[in-house]
Design a protein around this ligand. Structure first.
Ligand code: ADP
Length: 158
């Protein structure tokens, strides 16, 4: 039954990790904080269709510093030529981070507490010995990715 499938899917969240359901970083649509929000750029962003867009600084996609919520663009006058940095500074939506190997059940709990329902996924960068650990940004995960996983459970009938 569908109820059984959903229950099994939910139980499996303890064994699955973020990496298995996230959107890979190369497929994540992001914007530089220097992007100017003129009419063609706003049209392009709306056309792409995502609700939330990670924003990076210093020309470094590994350095995500903010989140642009597309709804925030509704009240913007394109002729003001505001930058993404200015709009993000005004709204200050916080960016959540999770590790690539976090169990989905843990991420689901944190989504239930917060309002974001989106997190950037980072992985420890293995470099030279004795260096302080650094992180690579490897993806993005949302509540949608987890719900999808719950609904997809396959029950093998033996
Ligand atoms: P949206 O509301 O923007 O459609 P959802 O949270 O419903 O986003 O997620 C739908 C799918 O899109 C998920 O697989 C999620 O990982 C992915 N996703 C969300 N935002 C982005 C983005 N900015 N770039 C690429 N993929 C994204």
């Amino acid at each position: 039954s569908d109820e059984l499938k959903i229950a099994v899917g939910a139980m499996e969240l303890a064994d699955k990790i973020v990496e298995q359901v996230m959107t890979y970083i190369d497929d994540v649509f992001m914007l530089s904080d220097e992007t100017i929000l003129n009419a063609p750029m706003i049209a392009e962003i709306v056309q792409i269709g995502y609700t939330r867009i990670p924003v990076y600084s210093g020309g470094d996609r590994n350095n995500v510093t903010g989140l642009l919520i597309v709804k925030d663009l509704a009240l913007l006058d394109p002729d003001d030529n505001f930058s993404v940095r200015t709009v993000c500074g005004y709204h200050q939506h916080t960016v959540k981070y999770v590790f690539n190997d976090t169990p989905l059940a843990v991420v689901l709990e944190s989504f239930k507490k917060g309002d974001g329902h989106l997190a950037m996924v980072k992985r420890v960068h293995v470099g030279e010995e004795e260096e302080d650990p650094t992180y690579d940004l490897v993806g993005l995960v949302t509540l949608e990715d987890i719900v999808e996983e719950i609904l997809q459970a396959e029950i093998v009938d033996e």
